[in-house]
Each structure stands twice: as structure tokens, then as C-alpha cells.
Unconditional design. Structure first.
Length: 396
């Protein structure tokens, strides 16, 4: 699925990104800069904990806050005798090294040092066979989760939050926003230079626009293969979509300028240099909350098809010695009280039905469909797409 190339309040949806994933009109914390650090949760009730877990977590500081200040204290309070130590890597700077460490531990049979993980490389760990298979038997809360979200990780990680790409636009300039993909293309051509998307290798929002274009030319069987597996021999079926994207060069921002990253596109929109762009739902919300976007910047969900979305996952290390306790913690993230906290803290989509959430939270979705995330491509397929886009689309 499409994992965001992280802008990291939600760590994506593509290995990376990945994510590199939130609920569009619910509260979210401001993202601030932090250096990589290690932190421990609040002490468990009295004496040494009988179940001590170590979690590797990476992302932005609101991810750290979610673990340190919200979920872990609630988990320890609800489960006396449990204690969770969180090792946090700001912006995933230690992700690659951590994945290498886990792979080496698996080969030697040593303790991996972590029991549970959440990072941009969780999907890599899943596809590498480093994580425990999950189901409703060992994670009961999964009965409330769309089974399709388990496909991209081969049932080897627990999806616990999501986000999707939406179309953000300047309502003072775009009086009637596009409703479908065809409407959007028509609008782009009628308003040269007013639309931008980042190069797909630099961010999942641009990648989602590219994938959505390519998907329109694929049969259902091929699309499923691209979303859940890998078959390079099928990638020639992207050619009509790449041709369509290349034809848009002269109509997009700068007659074919593709910004570097999700945030760069948002900056153009905030400064009035463009009028519409695909952006991550949670990133849109944070920009509204922190004032980066003015009240003139609105959003819509296009259809036929919608842009892709993605989930963020919790992985249980297969080589970890505390399987039952780690699975218990992962299951705790799926409880309605914690899903509500995740929605409010991160601006994320819940992975359980909205009927399980407080009415006030549901009302804040303002009619946005958060019940389904249209999957993007699997990791290697997405990497191939990025490389082929670079070869086939930019330039005259």
C-alpha cells in the first residue's frame, strides 16, 4: 500500500512512506523539531515490573508524545505489572541502522533488543520476515479492523492509524473544486501553472497523484499484484499512465517543475503560488491548526478513483522473548479509548469503525469518508514506479 515518504506526524504509508495516513477536521498537535533520544514511560505501580517491554519508535515529536504521554501511561495503568520503555528516533534518523540490527539479530538468533516497533521500516521488517504474524487470535482488536489493511504487511503487523491524500485548494480562487479525477485533469489544463505535485520519490502526496493516474489504466488483477506483491514484468502496463502524466508537464507549476517533498508543495499553496495540490490529510490539518494555511485553504476528496491512503503499523519482533506482552500492547492501541486519543493527537483516521468513537469525534470528520483507505503500491513496486516516473515524465 502506499506508505508515505514521511512527513512524519504520520510515518508512511511506503517503506517508507509510508509514509509515510488523518481525520481532516479533528485536533492535532503541532509538530516541532527534536533530536533523536531515548525516553521511558511513567513508572509502573510499585516495584519492578513483571513484564518489561522495549519499543523502538520513530517519527516526529507528536508520535513520541502519543507513546510517552498517552498510550503507554494508559496501558500501564490498565495493566499493573507492565512497563514499557520507549526508544525514540526523531524523524527516523536511526531507522536504517535499527533495521540492519534487527536483521543481524535474526540471523544470529540473538535478542533483537526490541519487542515492538513503529517506524517507516516496519513494513520492511514485515516483508523481511522479522515480525510475528498477527490475527484475531493473538490480537483480538483486529476483528474491528478492515482485513485489507493487513495485506501490504502479509499479516505481520498491526495497523493502528491511517491517513489519505486529499485535494487542498484556495477557495478564493477555485470557486468550484473538481469532484472527480477527470474533473481535476480538466481543471489543471484550464488553469496552467496553478497545480503542483511533488516528485513521487520525495513524498507520498505526489506519489499518490502519480499512482492514481497509473491505476486508471490497469486491470483489477494487475492492480492487486502491484498493491500486495511484486512483478516487474507487468510494469509496462504503466506506460499509458506515464504518457498521460508527461502530457501534463506544460500545465503544472513552472511548466514541469516538481517540488522536492510534501511540505514544499504545501508551501507553494500557502504562499498563493499555486491554487490546488494533493496533500496528506493529517498534514493539511496541522497546517490549518498552526496557521500555515489560512482559512481560504479548503479541501475535497476526489472520486473515480479517490487518491490513495495508507496505514501505520506496529510490528512485534519475531525473535523477541516477550511475545504475549508485546501483542497485548499492540492490541491496546485498537481499543476505542486509544483510537479516540490517536485521532485527537495525530489528526489520524481511526482503523476501527467510527461507530466505536465518541459522537464529538465523529462529528469532527465533517462527512469525510474515513472508513476505507484505497491502497497504494507495495514497497518494491513503488520504488520502481518512482524510478520510471523520473525517466519518463519530467522534461519536454
Amino acid at each position: 500500500m502506499s506508505i508515505r515518504t514521511p512527513w512524519t506526524p504520520l510515518t508512511p504509508l511506503r517503506p517508507a512512506a509510508v509514509r509515510t495516513t488523518g481525520a481532516l477536521l479533528c485536533a492535532a498537535a503541532l509538530a516541532v523539531t527534536a533530536s533523536a533520544c531515548s525516553s521511558s514511560s511513567s513508572a509502573s505501580t510499585g516495584g519492578a515490573a513483571s513484564h518489561s517491554l522495549t519499543a523502538y519508535v520513530s517519527g516526529d515529536t507528536n508520535i513520541q508524545k502519543l507513546w510517552d504521554d498517552i498510550v503507554v501511561p494508559a496501558f500501564e495503568k490498565a495493566n499493573p505489572g507492565y512497563k514499557v520503555k520507549v526508544v525514540f528516533s526523531a524523524h527516523g534518523t536511526a531507522d536504517a541502522a535499527t533495521l540492519a540490527k534487527l536483521q543481524a539479530a535474526a540471523k544470529t538468533g540473538r535478542d533483537p533488543g526490541y519487542d515492538i516497533m513503529e517506524s517507516s521500516v516496519t513494513l520492511n521488517a514485515a516483508t523481511a520476515g522479522l515480525l510475528t504474524k498477527v490475527s484475531t487470535k493473538n490480537v483480538p482488536g483486529l476483528k474491528e479492523v478492515d482485513p485489507a489493511l493487513l495485506g501490504p504487511v502479509d499479516n505481520s503487523a498491526v495497523p493502528y492509524r491511517g491517513s489519505s491524500v486529499i485535494l487542498a485548494y484556495d477557495a478564493t480562487k477555485v470557486k468550484t473544486p473538481p469532484k472527480t479525477y477527470d474533473d481535476l485533469v480538466t481543471w489543471i489544463k484550464a488553469n496552467p501553472g496553478a497545480f503542483a505535485y511533488n516528485s513521487p520519490a520525495t513524498g507520498g502526496s505526489g506519489g499518490s497523484f502519480v499512482e492514481t493516474t497509473l491505476d486508471r489504466h490497469l486491470d483489477a488483477k494487475t492492480l492487486k499484484t502491484f498493491q500486495t506483491g511484486y512483478d516487474a514484468s507487468l510494469e509496462s502496463k504503466w506506460d499509458p499512465g506515464f504518457k498521460e502524466l508527461k502530457a501534463l508537464n506544460k500545465y503544472v507549476y513552472g511548466k514541469g517543475v516538481y517540488p522536492n517533498g510534501n511540505q514544499a508543495v504545501q508551501d507553494l499553496l500557502a504562499k498563493g503560488q499555486i491554487e490546488a495540490a494533493p496533500v496528506w490529510s493529517d498534514q493539511y490539518l496541522s497546517s490549518i491548526q498552526n496557521g500555515t494555511f489560512g482559512k481560504n485553504i479548503k479541501f475535497t476528496q476526489i472520486s473515480d478513483p479517490t487518491f490513495t491512503g495508507g496505514a501505520s503499523y506496529l510490528g512485534i519482533l519475531k525473535a523477541g522473548k516477550k511475545q504475549t506482552a508485546a501483542l497485548k500492547l499492540a492490541d491496546f492501541f485498537l481499543k476505542a479509548s486509544q483510537q479516540d486519543a490517536i485521532v485527537r493527537q495525530l489528526g489520524a483516521y481511526p482503523v476501527i469503525p467510527t461507530s466505536e468513537l465518541p459522537a464529538k469525534t465523529v462529528a469532527q470528520f465533517n462527512g469525510v469518508d474515513v472508513s476505507h483507505l484505497r491502497a497504494g503500491y507495495s514497497g518494491q513496486t513503488g520504488s520502481d514506479m518512482n524510478n520510471l516516473w523520473q525517466q519518463k515524465v519530467p522534461g519536454q
